[in-house]
Design a protein around this ligand. Structure first.
Ligand SMILES: Cc1ncc(COP(=O)(O)O)c(C=O)c1O
Length: 386
């Protein structure tokens, strides 16, 4: 897989997924977290073979997925995952909601660190809990967990859980090990369950090293849950298969209480594709990371050249960039102005928490040509009429 294998826009527009059906054809869609790359060959082969067998029933109660996740975790991060500690769920969102249902009571406080993936707040409210914000520190060029703000949120609000984004969408932050160790200590001190969303972990870019939360300390294992899937790394979100991992009997007891039906809610084709991705998708993933790394540089150079004053901390993971448009005077929602004027769709920053006003999220999991076209169109945007 190289950047040249990415289908042209006319082909991509034939896709039926959210990214390609939400906007009219004159809009370049760079929001929804789907990538434009062709499927990894081993994944496509496994799916074609399943369709040829008319193998479209329920997911089977086998260890295939747990073994594949465990094998990948060891190869990618030298992290030992016991396959017995891996539980299958339909997607990361459902996994987090179902675990939250078991660790928090209605009215409890659950902490997040905005700007962060918008559905975190929805999931917390879905289980009847209240959202407490402990925003990231630093920014717009150097983001970091704010451990003091987290301690205040845990202590003053008697929080029962924290949803960690590891790596952190939308700023592309790979948390340093010492921050995760300190977070785990806070969790142990204040009795806070840590739900670590590790969906973007396979896409860590050169220069950064991903730390699985459960690998950092005994405290992390005592309080932590990891949510891992192939859906971002190998672009399988629509197939619905993910995992919840624990590494200590205390959190495992909560996972054991998930509905016995959760396996049958998981996509059978999702399991087939995920097993192929984790077992045979390393080369494809390395190629994708290479394209993303080049796009990251292209983005950085293009912003400097075309949009002086616009800042973006170079993402350390994934294919999402968190861009600070405040210097251009395009208001709290530059994405709306860009969509109306440049016909480029980005995600509105204010949806990621109040700290996101004036920012927008851009998906660079596309060809360099599409990225250049999007940035060129944005650079030609008219000033906001006042
Ligand atoms: C941090 C994060 N978590 C979860 C999801 C959604 O995952 P799923 O479709 O498995 O619920 C996304 C999708 O972009 C994401 O960025």
């Amino acid at each position: 897989m190289t950047a040249d294998s990415i289908p042209p826009l006319a082909e991509l527009r034939k896709r039926r997924s959210a990214k390609w059906r939400t906007f009219p054809d004159d809009v370049l869609p760079l929001p929804v977290a789907e990538m434009d790359f062709p499927l990894a060959a081993p994944v496509a082969k496994a799916l074609h073979e399943a369709v040829d067998r008319s193998d479209t029933g329920y997911a089977a109660p086998t260890r295939d997925l747990a073994d594949a996740v465990s094998g990948y975790a060891r190869r990618a991060w030298d992290w030992t995952v016991d396959a017995d500690d891996v539980r299958t769920v339909a997607d990361v969102g459902i996994g987090i909601v179902e675990v939250l249902r078991r660790v928090v009571a209605p009215g409890d406080r659950v902490v997040i660190s905005p700007p962060v993936y918008e559905p975190f707040a929805w999931w917390i409210r879905e289980v009847g809990a209240q959202v407490v914000e402990a925003p990231l520190a630093g920014g717009p060029l150097r983001w970091r967990l704010d451990l003091d703000a987290l301690e205040r949120a845990f202590a003053d609000h008697h929080a029962t859980a924290y949803v960690l984004c590891n790596p952190h969408n939308p700023v592309g932050l790979v948390h340093p090990r010492e921050d995760l160790v300190a977070l785990a200590e806070l969790a142990d001190t204040y009795g806070v369950h840590i739900l670590s969303d590790e969906i973007h972990a396979p896409l860590v870019l050169p220069g950064s090293a991903f730390m699985p939360f459960l690998s950092v300390s005994d405290e992390a294992r005592r309080w932590g849950f990891s949510f891992l899937s192939a859906s971002k790394g190998w672009n399988l979100a629509g197939l619905k298969a993910a995992t919840v991992i624990t590494a200590d009997p205390a959190p495992k007891r909560y996972v054991d209480r998930l509905s016995p039906h959760s396996l049958f809610r998981t996509g059978h084709l999702g399991v087939i594709a995920t097993v192929a991705a984790f077992n045979e998708g390393d080369q494809w993933l390395a190629d994708v990371v290479d394209v993303l790394d080049r796009n990251r540089t292209l983005l950085d150079e293009s912003l400097t050249r075309l949009l002086p004053g616009v800042h973006c901390a170079p993402p350390q993971a994934g294919f999402l960039a968190w861009i600070d448009f405040r210097a251009l005077g395009w208001g709290d929602d530059p994405a709306a102005h860009i969509l109306a004027t440049a016909r480029v769709a980005l995600n509105a920053g204010h949806r990621y928490g109040s700290a996101g006003a004036g920012f927008a999220r851009l998906n660079f999991g596309c060809s360099p040509q599409t990225l250049t076209e999007a940035l060129t169109r944005i650079a030609a945007v008219r000033p906001l009429s006042r």
